[in-house]
Design a protein around this ligand. Structure first.
Ligand code: NAP
Length: 557
């Protein structure tokens, strides 16, 4: 990119974020509306989003690689040879870079640019964005591609600034890290046991030169084997011939993954036959063990308990010390009611003499000290390196650091006990949207993978959202509309529908990033319905119905 001056830049569409959502938005809008000036701005130094930032050891898909890539470039599907059934982060990043090279996307992306504020301009129906260096970008339309898990959070623990060793969040892993060199003879601590922590811990435990690894676990998570394997050249050729069928299958499942739940209910099936299905799913690679089991597993408490007991036994069989096994088995939520991290030897790591589990439910952290972590039993766990695998201010989090001035100067997010909060559209971080694509009082602004959209298989969700947003933009162009906004009536109905869809799901009774809880973020301690919990098939149908009805629910001018 050429350098930019302090003068204002002018666009038809400004996209923020150059992860999978942003690069596909750039490609698709350019392709469908070639005369428009489209620009992406991105905080990082390169493309990739999640797959650029999260380069911690062990980072890899735990969604099947073959179903987790762009389906729109048939040529690239035939050209690209994946190495693993569950691709490792460096290979995924190479794939994303290849997409950008192949479609000349780099020339539309400005890197190292972080948005500071966004101001709706009523006089000429544009948005004015200002970045951290005070450069200004005026745009008719804005597409937010900022990601659902892009705003890392450090734990709200006293003393974290006092630690004298090296400390970092998993999504800010040091550049040019070399495990053998940088972890040799070190005492490493990891706080957090979500999907990221589980991958980091497992990979670190396998490095023979580390002195020790101490895992600080507040809530155990259910986890089960990933079973990654290499894809042979012969298998890759076969996969290439099956892509149409693979993506057709993804389009037919509730989550966009290849797995379809078994339609039977747990109690309709004799106990031996149940165990047979559970064992079969457990032995299979990937999410079969989460998404391929009986249809009532995540809505019927009893059914969930039976499956959770099966999974708890698997953990007991793998961990030698029964007390450690007991600490690793979740007690406050059933299997699959949080996003299930998949692992490649996580439980066995705790059988090593240099890997220690600190159960924070028994001995909570008191403070981080210059030397390590002090727990309530008076023990100071001395560490050289402290890794925060403590997750993200998810879903609404990426919007949080930006100062928003919507129509009538309305802020986007605010807490109800402040003056600002009383006017905020997402009061107390509770999303209010129409189809998860637009927000009343925020005209000409679209979100890809925003709140109230289905997440599931992320690229499948992204492709649909980008296509719908592009169609809306094309409609505006054809009709010469310079203004589009979701009506309050449509947003009320949609938000109600999203809440309705979440009812009955056991996952909505559990604190997790999916229910909008992050104890490290003020104002995010109460659950909300932040994602579309209905089926992805139903979501796409509703988008198509809206379009067929002349974009019902949107007001154009
Ligand atoms: P996460 O699931 O939110 O986990 C954060 C962890 O940090 C939890 O164990 C949490 O404990 C702990 N924690 C937070 N604050 C703490 C504190 N103050 N004291 C002690 N512990 C604290 O975040 P994540 O692991 O980064 O994963 C987020 C999502 O990213 C995943 O669910 C998944 O969707 C995605 N992801 C995907 C992949 C993949 O595809 N391969 C890999 C990694 C992540 P509590 O549970 O007690 O809050």
């Amino acid at each position: 990119m050429g350098s930019i001056g302090p003068q204002e830049q002018d666009y038809d569409v400004l996209i923020v974020g150059a992860g999978l959502s942003g690069i596909y938005s750039l490609y698709n809008i350019r392709k469908q509306i070639p005369s428009w000036r489209v620009k992406v701005i991105e905080a990082a130094e390169s493309v990739g989003g999640t797959w650029l930032w999260n380069c911690y050891p062990g980072a890899r898909f735990d969604s099947e690689t073959i179903s987790y890539q762009f389906s729109w470039d048939k040529e690239l599907l035939q050209e690209w040879n994946w190495k693993d059934t569950f691709s490792a982060q460096p290979d995924t990043l190479k794939y994303i870079e290849r997409v950008c090279e192949k479609h000349n996307l780099y020339d539309g992306i400005q890197f190292n640019t972080r948005v500071k504020s966004a101001h709706w301009q009523d006089t000429d129906c544009t948005w004015l964005f200002i970045d951290e260096n005070s450069f200004r970008y005026r745009t008719r339309f804005f597409v937010s591609c900022m990601g659902v898990l892009s705003c890392p959070t450090l734990p709200a623990i006293p003393g974290i600034k006092t630690f004298e060793g090296q400390a970092f969040h998993t999504s800010r892993w040091p550049k040019d890290f070399d495990m053998k060199r940088d972890f040799a003879n070190k005492r490493i601590g990891v706080i957090g046991t979500g999907a990221t922590g589980i991958q980091t811990i497992t990979e670190t435990s396998k490095e023979p030169s580390i002195q020790s690894l101490t895992v600080f676990q507040r809530t155990p998570n259910w986890s089960a084997p990933l079973r990654n394997t290499k894809i042979t050249p012969g298998q890759m050729e076969k996969i290439k011939m099956e892509y149409d069928a693979i993506f057709r299958r993804c389009a037919s499942t509730p989550t966009g993954f290849l797995h379809q739940p078994d339609p039977r209910k747990t109690h309709e099936v004799p106990p031996e036959e149940r165990v047979e299905l559970w064992e079969k799913c457990y032995a299979e690679p990937g999410f079969a063990k989460w998404l391929g089991v009986f249809s009532d597993t995540y809505t019927d408490r009893e059914a969930n308990k039976l499956y959770s007991d099966f999974m708890a036994d698997k953990i007991r069989q793998r961990v030698h010390d029964p007390a450690v096994a007991d600490s690793l088995i979740p007690k406050n939520h059933g299997f699959g009611t949080r996003r299930v991290p998949l692992e490649s030897g996580y439980f066995e790591a705790f059988n090593q003499s240099n890997v220690h589990l600190v159960d924070l439910q028994k001995t909570p952290v008191e403070t981080v000290t210059p030397k390590g972590i002090l727990t309530s039993d008076g023990k100071e766990h001395e560490l050289d390196i402290l890794v925060y695998a403590t997750g993200f201010d998810a879903i609404t989090g990426a919007f949080n650091p930006i100062e928003w001035h919507g129509k009538d100067d309305r802020p986007l997010i605010g807490s109800s006990d402040t003056e600002l909060g009383k006017r905020a559209v997402w009061l107390d971080h509770r999303p209010y949207t129409y189809l998860g694509l637009m927000i009343p009082s925020f005209p000409n602004m679209f979100t890809v993978l925003g709140p109230h959209q289905p997440f599931g298989n992320i690229p499948r969700s992204i492709e649909n959202a980008v296509q719908v947003v592009t169609q809306l933009l094309e409609f505006c162009k054809q009709e010469n509309y310079t203004f589009v906004e979701a009506t309050a009536e449509a947003a009320d109905k949609w938000t109600e529908h999203v809440v309705e869809c979440s009812k009955g799901a056991l996952s909505n009774e559990i604190d997790s990033w999916m229910t909008g809880v992050n104890t490290n973020v003020p104002g995010k301690r109460v659950r909300s319905v932040a994602r579309y919990g209905g089926s992805a098939v139903e979501y796409r149908k509703r988008c198509q119905q809206c379009r067929a009805a002349g974009w019902e629910g949107f007001h154009f001018a």
